[in-house]
Design a protein around this ligand. Structure first.
Ligand SMILES: CC(C)(COP(=O)(O)OP(=O)(O)OC[C@H]1O[C@@H](n2cnc3c(N)ncnc32)[C@H](O)[C@@H]1OP(=O)(O)O)[C@@H](O)C(=O)NCCC(=O)NCCS
Length: 178
């Protein structure tokens, strides 16, 4: 299992992975939606606003994860983890957890301050995420499931409260994802 940072040239592989994984877990409509989202994100990877990691086994992409920047007017580096997928065949073997941990370690190396995500608290708590109040960090759009808003400090200091709604990358700027 090898972790790699992915660039735009992997757009097709990434789209295929997310489409097949989310079609299996959530159905055809969701598979298409997240496949398209991953494709749009992958086509704009710049390793700053949009960062993507992949995990390979025998040169086949078996997992992938995106981190995208949330912009505030204050100079704080906040990244949102989403989406993440592990191929159906390789799920439940620790690949997802290892991929998340790899991404978090890389963000720490880049001196990022905070990681946030939006999803199942039981799953993401295993990777260090905890419930995040919007009194501390707001979501960029209105959340349909506020209990799924999660965060972790990457600095060892408590997450600072920021009294401002951040701006997400344009690919996520659609209520359908929130
Ligand atoms: C969610 C996903 C990325 C996890 O990857 P994985 O390689 O299967 O997960 P791991 O084997 O590393 O599992 C780590 C832990 O999380 C648990 N877990 C895995 N998937 C879970 C899920 N969907 N919900 C809750 N817990 C989950 C596992 O039971 C495991 O717990 P344990 O260590 O106590 O046994 C993968 O299952 C997947 O791609 N699912 C479909 C797409 C999806 O739901 N993505 C996340 C939302 S963007």
């Amino acid at each position: 299992m090898i972790h790699r940072i992915l660039d735009k040239s992997k757009q097709k592989e990434v789209e295929e992975l997310f489409t097949s994984v989310f079609t299996s877990s959530e159905g055809k409509k969701e598979g298409k939606l997240i496949g398209k989202l991953s494709s749009q994100l992958a086509s704009n990877i710049d390793n700053n606003e949009i960062i993507c990691f992949g995990v390979y086994e025998n040169e086949t992409l078996i997992g992938s994860i995106f981190f995208t920047r949330l912009q505030f007017s204050t100079p704080i580096q906040v990244y949102m983890l989403a989406p993440v997928a592990v191929s159906v065949k390789h799920q439940g073997k620790g690949v997802g957890q290892a991929l998340i941990n790899h991404g978090i370690t890389e963000l720490k190396k880049r001196s990022a301050n905070v990681a946030v995500t939006y999803g199942d608290p039981t799953f993401y708590s295993k990777a260090g995420f905890q419930a995040l109040s919007e009194n501390v960090i707001q979501a960029p759009l209105k959340l349909s499931m506020p209990f799924g808003w999660l965060g972790q400090s990457l600095t060892g200091e408590p997450i600072p409260a920021i009294d401002e709604r951040p701006v997400c990358v344009k690919e996520f700027n659609d209520p359908i994802y929130w």
